[in-house]
Design a protein around this ligand. Structure first.
Ligand code: ZN
Length: 169
């Protein structure tokens, strides 16, 4: 497994719409393994392929509690089949927008369909942090960042802060 560089705002690659994966093969599993290692190293709980510069509809995630064993999850070509009318706010962050956290309101529950690490079709209901995280990551596949859900002012401030941080590093 190799660590990959995580792209930060305002890198224009993050605005790209990712393409559907044709087949889940060993090459794709190398990408997924690298993404997972990169996410754990960051550390983070979710990562979309575009965040490491690969415009494919692939997401990795691990929502295990600190005291639990790792629970890596892989989502290829995820689709939302249903979303609840009820919404819930959550203070989100993003590895591509480091050290910025703000509240985003999203559907509280969603029903998903995706291909897993083996390329099998899975349908699953998500709520709580899982629902927040998968919707956040699926936004990345459309070139949308969580700061795009905030006011223009907040978004510009966030990008400015990240730029400053990168310069200081
Ligand atoms: Zn993100």
């Amino acid at each position: 497994m190799a660590l990959r560089e995580i792209l930060l705002v305002p890198n224009p690659v993050l605005k790209q719409v990712s393409k559907r994966v044709e087949v889940v093969d060993d090459d794709l599993r190398v990408l997924m393994d690298d993404m997972l290692a990169t996410m754990y190293a960051a550390p983070g709980i979710g990562l979309a392929a575009i965040q490491v510069g690969v415009p494919k509809r692939v997401i990795v995630m691990d929502l295990h509690r600190p005291e639990e064993a790792k629970q890596p999850r892989f989502f290829v070509n995820p689709e939302i089949l249903w979303a609840s009318e009820e919404t819930a706010p959550y203070e989100e962050g993003c590895l591509s927008v480091p050290e910025i956290y703000d509240e985003v309101e999203r559907p509280a529950q969603v029903k998903l369909r995706y291909l897993n690490y083996q390329g099998e079709t899975v349908e699953e209901d998500a709520e709580g942090l899982f629902a927040v995280c998968i919707q956040h990551e699926m936004d990345h596949l459309e070139g949308v960042l969580f700061i795009d859900h905030l006011s223009r002012l907040k978004r510009e401030q966030a990008v400015k802060k990240v730029k400053k941080m990168v310069k200081a590093a």
